[in-house]
Design a protein around this ligand. Structure first.
Ligand SMILES: [Mg+2]
Length: 337
């Protein structure tokens, strides 16, 4: 997003997010382009009317809205010479201890990854599950043992994320069987829309239940809390649709005394930086802000994880530098020309 004073703000979201937001890259680009044309030529003194305009133009499409919302915040914060976190009300943290996610793979590899992560300083290790009882159990057991063998293992929380893979009774059966692995929480044990299922699991297992795919925006958060379906929540800008709805989600969770995590979708460094800025200005209990390493070559610089903690960049805007020579640009012009 370019201003007539020469500032440039950037946004980034993951395009292939169909399993959470229903988005494919072509849809994000099409909707973002249409919404961007509503912003061209508008003053940037106040973001809220511009966000309202986008909200009125199209229902849903949280990814495209988050993309533009992030760029708007980046450019306005730069104009003010402050970070996006400061713009959101102020930094409560200068470092965010992030979890370490162990993706699907062989159990010995999972154990090695967990071991290395703990030695680097990570204190929350999250294992992906949902491949079937035996394969999940093999990996959980290997990672639990790796944690217990580490001198710092006693300070490490093991948790698991099923990405909605189970039916409620199946989830209860597995989770009761795995009680001795001492999971800090189970994330999204059942499908995103199965709120009664989440509650059933919550009422029938010992460990806390966290919602991720179910916890999309403020309305969904409110519903989950009202239904007493969850113990914890996982927030992401791409699901919320930007910083303003994310702040509403934080406020609802804080008022209800439900702990929450600020995360991202294994997106690139710029999208992660947006999550980091939001996290720095939040009262989140947990953070998942390291997955950008898995994205490959990126035209961004500025984020650094040190000893398992993300250092919140102090610079203006999102605090990330963009190598413009490495971008493919599509220029959006106002619909009326
Ligand atoms: Mg998740």
């Amino acid at each position: 997003m370019r201003t007539d004073t020469g500032l440039v703000g950037y946004g980034e979201v993951r395009g292939n997010c169909s399993y959470v937001t229903g988005d494919i890259p072509e849809r994000v680009v099409a909707v973002a382009s249409a919404l961007a044309s509503l912003l061209i030529g508008e003053p940037l003194d106040d973001i809220a009317p511009l966000l309202d305009r986008m909200e009125r133009a199209v229902v849903g499409n949280s990814a495209a809205k988050a993309l533009l919302d992030i760029a708007l915040h980046d450019v306005v914060a730069q104009a003010l010479g402050i970070s996006v976190a400061t713009m959101m009300g102020g930094r409560l943290h200068s470092r965010l201890p992030t979890d370490y996610s162990v993706a699907f793979g062989p159990h010995d590899e999972a154990a090695d990854k967990a071991r290395n992560a703990i030695r680097e300083g990570y204190r929350v290790v999250k294992v992906r599950v949902g491949l079937g009882l035996e394969r999940d159990e093999e990996r959980l057991k290997a990672v639990r043992e790796a944690i217990d063998e580490e001198p710092e293992g006693g300070n490490v929380t093991l948790c698991a994320d099923a990405n909605g893979a189970w039916q409620p009774k199946e989830a209860v059966k597995y989770l009761r069987r795995w009680e001795h692995y001492n999971l800090g929480w189970i994330e999204q044990p059942v499908g995103a829309d199965n709120i009664d299922g989440l509650r059933f699991v919550r009422e029938n297992v010992a460990m806390p239940v966290m919602a991720d795919e179910s916890a999309r925006g403020p309305r969904e958060i409110l519903h989950l809390i009202e239904r007493q379906a969850v113990d914890m929540l996982h927030f992401k800008l791409i699901k919320a649709g930007g910083f303003a709805p994310l702040r509403a989600m934080m406020a609802i969770a804080e008022a209800a005394d439900v702990p929450y995590m600020i995360g991202q979708m294994d997106e690139g460094m710029l999208a992660t930086a947006a999550a980091v800025q939001a996290g720095a200005a939040s009262r989140a209990k947990y953070f998942e802000v390291h997955g950008y390493n898995r994205v490959g070559a990126q035209p961004f610089r500025g984020l650094e994880v040190e000893g398992g903690s993300m250092i919140v960049p102090a610079g203006p805007g999102l605090g990330v530098e963009v190598d413009e020579a490495k971008l493919n640009c599509v220029h959006v012009v106002r619909e009326d020309g």
